[in-house]
Design a protein. Structure first.
Ligand code: THU
Length: 135
């Protein structure tokens, strides 16, 4: 049973801690491991723009460093009237982490939301299965 309200609260709280002085677009993410732990992340920007870290990947890094690699759900919280789904790079990172769990996208400033899952976000995904070798 996924406590979506708690996961939304964690993503919104993470968003408050974003470091986004350049875009001023704050993103928070909260990922739930299969064993019930919540790991949060926010975007962390850099004056060298290409080094900006997305909230989703910061949350994944925290989870993996705490020994979690299987997940049950993800909430991504942005802001503004239009709800946003994870960028392409984050989708590819999420594909790496089994199973293809549900994803909810919300904004802090409107009721608009997206309910989806990792498989839908990244169809025809390239994953480790293509790299497996019999020899
Ligand atoms: N951003 C995320 O944190 N996650 C996404 O999936 C899309 C974009 C951040 C990166 C950057 O700090 C800001 O949003 C504007 O692109």
């Amino acid at each position: 049973m996924i406590d979506w309200d708690a996961l939304e609260a964690a993503a919104l709280d993470a968003r408050d801690r974003a470091y986004a002085p350049y875009s001023r677009y704050r993103v928070g993410a909260a990922i739930l491991s299969e064993d019930g732990r919540v790991y949060a992340g926010a975007n962390i920007e850099n004056a060298s723009y290409g080094l900006c870290l997305c909230a989703e990947r910061v949350a994944v890094a925290a989870a993996v460093m705490d020994g979690r690699t299987r997940f049950a759900a993800l909430v991504v919280a942005t802001e503004g009237p239009r709800v946003a789904a994870p960028c392409g790079a984050c989708r590819q990172v999420l594909v790496e982490l089994p199973p293809r769990f549900p994803v909810r996208c919300i904004t802090a400033t409107s009721d608009e939301r997206i309910e989806t899952d990792v498989a839908s976000l990244q169809p025809h995904a390239f994953d480790g299965g293509f790299l497996a070798s019999d020899d």
